[in-house]
Write a protein of this length. Structure first.
Length: 299
């Protein structure tokens, strides 16, 4: 192994893979993770694990390789969905190729999914996946996958903003966060009404490091409502925040049921609950205990 191989952070599949829609053949890129490439850093408020740059490998962004994207028709999905999309979705996915191709022309120029990915291809891959999952049936749990995709796109656009602060990636990131709020809210609603089960997604992330499960979804749904929910209508704001606060209380306010949950999630849920309570009290809403909120059965 020469020195350049020793410093590699990704590799391409030796044998080409084939797009199930347009039959384009391409080599899939994956991240190498051993040898000190990934040095874990802080966990953000929205449950993203950051990584410290190493002297040998520099900055590592493992998130940008999770979505398989066909360089021909730009169909994108998580690997477990890419190679065998549901039969009932294939026609619509194939027909939507032109829309995917045009969707990011004004945002990212010269995307290349045959070369080593950059942050731009990483962000774009999640957007293409979010568009693709529109056509997946409920048995694939597409709504929460769209939520995870738009959240990760927001994270990566935040990385782009830190690198290129004058190119408005912070504005794009904010739009993706608002889309994530919409999809997380819709996913919880569909789960609670029985229209679409999140359990079919298997891994609810939101990041690669740890699966925080349904509790993580409830927490993020509350966080996004608190940070990005509409504020122009005070009555609606109070209603939405009250509902989100009750859901967050169920994560940590149920006594013994919370003992087996990750401590970091419990701590963040308590902090978020306190922030939401403070805002509601400032709006004249009488405070209640987390236990009362956790056992509330109404809307």
């Amino acid at each position: 192994m020469d020195e350049s191989d020793a410093k590699k952070t990704t590799f391409f599949s030796k044998n080409p893979v084939e797009c199930p829609l347009c039959e384009t053949k391409f080599h899939k890129e994956d991240a190498l993770t051993g040898g000190g490439r990934m040095i874990a850093g802080n966990l953000t408020r929205d449950l993203r694990r950051l990584y410290e740059p190493s002297k040998k490998y520099g900055e590592i962004f493992p998130l940008i390789y999770s979505i398989v994207v066909c360089p021909g028709c730009l169909f994108g999905a998580f690997q477990q969905d890419f190679f065998s999309p549901p039969e009932k979705a294939r026609e619509a996915l194939a027909r939507d190729g032109e829309r995917r191709a045009k969707s990011l022309l004004s945002v990212f120029e010269a995307l290349d999914f045959t070369a080593p990915r950059t942050l731009k291809e990483g962000a774009a891959s999640y957007f293409y996946a979010a568009l693709s999952y529109e056509h997946f049936p409920k048995e694939s749990a597409p709504t929460i996958k769209q939520g995870i995709c738009t959240l990760r796109a927001a994270w990566i656009c935040g990385d782009l903003h830190r690198k290129y602060p004058s190119e408005n990636y912070d504005f794009i990131a904010a739009n993706f966060y608002r889309k994530a709020r919409f999809f997380y809210n819709l996913a919880v609603e569909r789960e609670q009404t029985g229209r679409e089960s999140m359990s079919l997604a298997k891994n609810l992330g939101p990041d690669l490091e740890k699966n925080y499960g349904y509790d993580g979804v409830l927490y993020l749904n509350g966080l996004f409502e608190f940070l990005y929910g509409p504020r122009k209508d005070p009555a609606r704001r109070i209603e939405n925040l009250t509902r989100a606060k009750r859901a967050v209380a169920k994560i940590f306010g149920m006594g013994r049921a919370s003992r087996d949950k990750p401590a970091v999630l419990l701590d963040r849920a308590r902090d978020l609950y306190a922030d939401m309570s403070t805002e509601l009290e400032a709006s004249g809403i009488k405070p209640v205990s987390p236990e009362e909120d956790a056992t509330h059965d109404g809307p």
